[in-house]
Design a protein around this ligand. Structure first.
Ligand SMILES: *Cc1c(COP(=O)(O)O)cnc(C)c1O
Length: 419
């Protein structure tokens, strides 16, 4: 190597300083040395130079969750990992790769553009796109994506577009009561027959989706959906139509209704370590994947009577120490947490005070005496003995954990942890 490209340093911080001079966004740094040198300390110093607000994604936890799903469904059922919405906010590329390394054989996304992103990042596994428009047919072909077929219109558009190309693998979508997309189950047979006749499509799958599989009070409705789907499968079979992939189960159904596993299951949320409802968390124990954190940027002491943040929605009622954080609703920390949510500092809960701003928010650290500038603040995840789950935030806003995690914005730097 050119001697000018070699730098000698004596301490970790010197080395970090040298590296920071030459490192750019998107660079990959390989740390190599014997265990004894403890180069991970250097790695940690460098991570310290990234902005304070981060989403730590534990890829080992994702692998563990897939193994737990595998243990539930057994070896004969394939797992399709649903990585829509940027992998539920975790990053679809890295989490897809981990999923594929751990026995997942199929990926699913909501839109063709999400599938294109995976292909552009050299992910070669089959990818099913749930929601395709006829005018997106070219994209399906160009990126070798497989399409769910909720209507004859889409089937026809794909069949025309695929002329002269390899056949497009498609999965017929049957509406058994979700009331979203798909052909109503009582009208499914003519639809199935027509798509099978299209010469540029290859019908490799059939699917349905449950409306309420997370809710024990709705189990009769789910059972009716299962019965309707089975009836379609039986009638298709008598006509000699069979499918390599028969799939219906999201996280809730695969855990709660073994009969919905068919030949493939479609978990999303469980892979990311979250539960759709208590009825699912009672049955399976998943590893927490994400930690959403920032640092205390500033601490100010206020006497009683000071107004905090926009529209004076919080007024100090005692001598207070209020910390400012560089994270706001633009980062996906919901504005409904104003005066309501909590964050963890030194293993203790601190209340969000005043209105959550676009880029900043304030927390009350009066009772956390040791709290100081630079301290790590956990917004979602564990710190010491305390934990804040996405579910806690969701219930403050009358929403579900799904919405909280998939809205953590791209501005938040993802850091992937893998042993
Ligand atoms: C999102 C989605 C899933 C995954 O659901 P989870 O509840 O996250 O497991 C499965 N199938 C379809 C059609 C979906 O849209």
């Amino acid at each position: 190597m050119n001697l000018r490209n070699i730098v000698h340093t004596r301490t970790y911080s010197e080395a970090a300083g040298e590296l920071e001079k030459i490192m750019n966004r998107g660079d990959v740094v390989l740390f190599k040395g014997s265990r004894w040198f403890r180069l991970e300390r250097l790695a940690r110093d460098l991570v310290g130079s990234i902005g304070p607000t981060r989403l730590l994604v534990n890829l080992d936890a994702i692998a563990a969750n897939i193994k737990k799903i595998r243990a539930i469904v057994g070896d004969s059922v394939e797992i399709m990992s649903v990585v829509k919405s940027f992998g539920y906010g975790n990053d679809s590329i890295r989490t897809s790769k981990v999923a594929l390394e751990n026995g997942v054989t199929y990926l699913a996304v909501a839109f063709p553009d999400e599938g294109a992103t995976l292909r552009e990042n050299r992910i070669d596994a089959p990818i099913l796109v749930f929601n395709v428009l006829p005018e997106e047919a070219d994209k399906i072909i160009r990126y070798r994506l497989n399409s769910a077929i909720p209507s004859l219109d889409l089937a026809e558009a794909l069949n025309v577009a695929a002329k002269g190309c390899p056949k497009i693998p498609v999965h017929l979508k049957i509406d058994t009561g979700m009331g979203r997309s798909g052909v109503w189950h009582e009208e499914a047979i003519p639809f199935i027959e027509q798509v099978f006749k299209m010469e540029n499509l290859c019908v490799e799958g059939i699917m349905t989706h449950f409306s309420s599989a997370d809710d024990p009070d709705s189990d009769n409705y789910t059972l009716a959906q299962i019965a309707a789907f089975n009836k379609v499968l039986d009638r298709a079979a008598t006509l000699g139509r069979s499918f390599r992939y028969v799939h219906a189960a999201n996280t809730s159904a695969l855990v709660r209704f073994p009969e919905t596993r068919y030949s493939m299951v479609r978990p999303g949320l469980a892979i990311y370590g979250m539960y759709p409802s208590a009825s699912v968390s009672n049955l399976v124990d998943l590893d927490q994947v994400i930690t959403f954190s920032t640092k205390i940027a500033q601490i100010k002491s206020h006497p009683a009577g000071r107004c905090i943040s926009y529209n004076r929605r919080f007024i100090t009622c005692r001598d207070s120490r209020i910390a400012t954080l560089h994270v706001g609703y633009n980062d996906g920390y919901p504005r409904f947490q104003s005066n309501r949510g909590h964050a963890l500092v030194r293993g203790q809960r601190a209340q969000v005070v005043g209105t959550v701003c676009m880029d900043t928010l304030m927390i009350d650290v009066t009772d956390i005496l040791e709290a100081s500038v630079g301290d790590e603040v956990v917004l979602i995840g564990r710190q010491g003995a305390e934990e804040i789950l996405p579910d806690e935030i969701a219930s403050n806003g009358g929403t579900i954990n799904y919405e909280i995690v998939c809205k953590i914005s791209p501005r938040v730097t993802r850091i992937f942890v893998q042993s």
